[in-house]
Design a protein around this ligand. Structure first.
Ligand code: NOJ
Length: 748
């Protein structure tokens, strides 16, 4: 028998050997980069920094590629075209440097997964990783090797259309989902033809645009950046080796992201050690002029390059001005060389020098059965059950006739959601189709849209919908938002149900038949009234290609809802921003406050109390972060901490008993929060630190265990240093952010 020392030495040697071979590989890579770089003219180097929109092809563009003036392209139409352009770059240009072809593959390529906000509701990083892997496979088969995803902007404002593309309001959840997505896109080996480079975007604070108006400005302090907005990017770079990063459109505290050398150099490159590519957003170098940060194109090129933006997307400030800036001594050649090194590093890592072409003979895996099944699973896990009066769901076998009503029941295009460039509505399975196909033998479905599309204000078809509802045992009403109402540049000042949808629900509820409302939307909607008028409500987000089959199985109880809200739902748009982890304040509203109608006449100025709430909305949300019901019920008990005094570098072990007290097998998302009671700055009232999806049979109990490393309690303190401060903490575990078991502990 070998001594334990033998194994220790063996693994140490193995470890040292692997470090050595990694650094040997890295040296080799850097040598290759230098070799290519040494043969390039300045013009060719600038060409690498130039990214072109592939939608506008012309002879001039072909010539530009041939002369080395294009380094990458986005939105090239077909793999044949990709190969054709690649051939020019590889075989007809002097440098022979391959192009890298990019595309916004955000939540699926052909097989559309739920929008990212829906994926976040699954609290399941594994399915997110699988989804991204599938998207990478399908996209890479079409010549795409770089996606501009994941978007990891913390989004606390549902007016902002791009909340659909986010993982919601929480830093930790966003971080977990972003890391999973990057791993899925990039795989273990970026050079595999089925891997694509991910892009951490948008750096930084873009989700905090004023008033939720897209492209607007932000004013987030450095401490907030460090505590709330930067952590997902840091994880993306340090943990998931994200190959690229995109700067955002907004200026934060007056400095446009594409000109922010402190964040791009000191934080990203120096602190985090990023050696990948920084790409601007679409024309965001040039837009620094519009922002008033740069005088003209030349100034924009200088500031962008100096800040460390390696590639300019679409606008051509770099191409047109860098040579002059160098000859005038306003830019140094070394800065350009460094940018080009980053770009070449990406191309080598993608294996493009050895394998530049797409295999056109390979059979596509798009819409393969395994891809569809994964998309269905992702959709099922993303649905959030918000209400289920008298356990009306799942649909019982006593229900013989169901009226399917509403503009989203058969909206194949819209259920794919925003950023579905390549998804095809012909391949999308809608709830109407799926219900008929999967359950049409047992149940009679009768259908009337009632309203043509989500914004339709006409009530002309209501009478038919009501007639059908009266003939049925139950009504399923599919409402929400068309895909075009969320996403980039699609902000809204009102986030209620558009058109006559609300009236439709009201009319259906008056029939006295049980009404199940199903909402397909790209954002939280203010639906308090509609919830009251419905017996059950399922929030479906935009569920993608397999939304229909997933909904059908959830409705009939073949699957059980397990999604939880990744974002707080406001009652009124005027409450925004409303999010669970806000900083503590001096006068929190803690009890039922006096509301508008309760104010006595001529009440004295301070007679209503002095706490933080709205006279006309109270202080609470419609639904809190982490909320979501199941068909079964779960009971939490016996929260135990391994210690109540935690010293430096210790881990806290937390256990809690979770029991399935209902009648269905179900999955619960167990959420762990901490609250730092007192700090050198005001601290959030609570913060998510961990979560687990736990599946239990009826009656089954499981001891759920979390390990909380003390480092997870660190934050950027009054001196802008990351520290764990000594003092009292609360630890909370529960099925949402509000209903939790609490225990105290102390950090010494
Ligand atoms: C602008 C968007 O902000 C960004 O997210 C996207 O990747 C680029 N356009 C490219 O389409």
């Amino acid at each position: 028998m070998k001594s334990p020392h033998f194994f220790i030495y063996f693994f140490l040697l193995l470890f040292l050997f692997s470090i050595k071979s990694i650094s040997a590989q890295e040296n080799e890579l850097e040598n290759k980069i230098e070799k290519v770089l040494s043969k390039m003219t300045l013009r060719e180097k600038i060409g690498q920094m130039n990214q072109i929109n592939g939608r506008n092809l012309s002879d001039q563009l072909y010539e530009q590629i041939r002369s080395g003036e294009v380094g990458s392209m986005l939105n090239v139409g077909s793999p044949e075209l990709v190969n054709q352009l690649q051939k020019i770059a590889r075989e007809e240009s002097k440098t022979g440097i391959p192009l890298v072809i990019a595309r916004d593959v955000i939540h699926g390529f052909k097989t559309m997964f739920p929008i990212p906000l829906g994926q976040a509701a699954s609290f399941d990083p594994d399915i997110v990783e699988i989804g991204a892997k599938i998207a990478a496979k399908e996209a890479s088969e079409r010549g795409i090797r770089w996606t501009f995803a994941p978007m990891m902007d913390i989004s606390r404002d549902a007016r902002w259309g791009r909340i659909a593309e986010s993982f919601g309001e929480d830093t930790y959840l966003t971080q977990m989902m972003a890391v999973a997505m990057i791993k899925g896109f990039q795989g273990k080996d970026l050079s595999k033809p089925s891997s694509i480079a991910a892009s951490a975007k948008h750096f930084i604070a873009y989700g905090a645009v004023e008033g939720g108006r897209d492209y607007n400005t932000t004013n987030i302090t450095e401490r907030q950046l460090r505590n709330i907005y930067l952590p997902p990017f840091e994880k993306a770079i340090r943990e998931a080796n994200c190959a690229t990063l995109m700067t955002s459109f907004n200026a934060n505290d007056g400095i446009p992201a594409s000109g922010n050398d402190y964040l791009l150099k000191n934080v990203l490159r120096e602190e985090w050690g990023f050696d990948g590519v920084v790409v601007s957003d679409w024309a965001s170098i040039k837009e620094m002029i519009q922002i008033g940060f740069c005088e003209d194109n030349k100034d924009a090129a200088r500031k962008g390059v100096l800040a460390g933006v390696d590639i300019e997307m679409v606008s051509s400030c770099y191409l047109e001005n860098i040579e002059a800036l160098i000859s005038e001594g306003k830019l140094q050649q070394k800065v350009i060389d460094d940018a080009v090194r980053n770009i070449l590093r990406l191309k080598f890592r993608l294996g493009l020098f050895t394998n530049p072409y797409t295999d056109l003979n390979k059979k596509t895996s798009s819409y393969s059965e395994s891809h569809l099944q994964a998309a269905k699973q992702a959709a099922e896990e993303s649905f959030v059950l918000l209400k289920n009066k008298n356990n009306i769901l799942p649909i019982s076998n006593k229900v013989k006739t169901i009226a399917i009503i509403g503009p989203m029941a058969d909206a194949a295009h819209d259920q794919m959601g925003t950023w579905s460039f390549d998804g095809e509505k012909e391949m999308t399975q809608t709830p109407l189709q799926a219900l008929r196909k999967q359950y049409g033998k047992e149940v009679k479905f009768i259908y009337e849209q009632g309203i043509a599309y989500s914004r339709d204000t006409s009530t002309a078809r209501f009478s038919k919908a009501i007639t059908l509802a009266k003939q049925a045992d139950m009504v399923l009403v599919f409402v929400g938002e068309e895909a075009i109402l969320s996403g980039e540049a699609h902000s809204l000042a009102q986030i209620n149900l558009k058109g006559a949808q609300s009236e439709l629900i009201a009319a259906l509820s008056k029939t006295g038949k049980p009404v199940v409302t199903l909402v397909m939307a790209g954002r939280p909607l203010t639906i308090a009234k509609e919830i009251d008028q419905s017996d059950a409500v399922l929030y479906l987000w935009h569920p993608g290609t397999m939304g229909g089959p997933a909904i059908a199985d959830i409705l009939f109880g073949k699957s059980v809802p397990s999604g939880k809200l990744p974002v707080t739902f406001p009652k009124y748009v005027g409450q925004i921003p409303v999010y669970y982890n806000h900083d503590k304040i001096g006068r929190p509203a803690t009890k039922k406050e006096t509301l508008l109608q309760e104010i006595p006449l001529e009440a004295k100025q301070s007679s209503l109390g002095t706490s933080s709430y709205y006279l006309d909305a109270g202080f609470d949300a419609l639904f809190d972060f982490g909320y979501g019901l199941s068909y079964t019920t779960f009971e939490y008990s016996n929260l135990v901490l391994s210690t109540v005094t935690l010293s430096e570098s210790e881990d806290l072990t937390v256990t809690v008993d979770l029991k399935n007290t209902g009648r269905y097998q179900g999955t619960e998302v167990v959420q762990l929060y901490t609250a730092d009671i007192f700090g050198s700055t005001a601290r959030p009232i609570k913060e998510l630190k961990d979560f687990k999806r736990i599946s239990l049979k009826p009656g089954e109990t499981q001891k759920v265990r979390f390990i909380l490393p003390i480092s997870k309690l660190a934050f950027w303190d009054i001196n802008n240093k990351k520290v764990v401060e000594a003092g009292q903490f609360n630890l909370m575990v529960g099925g949402n952010s509000q209903e939790v078991l609490i225990k105290e502990f102390k950090v010494l």
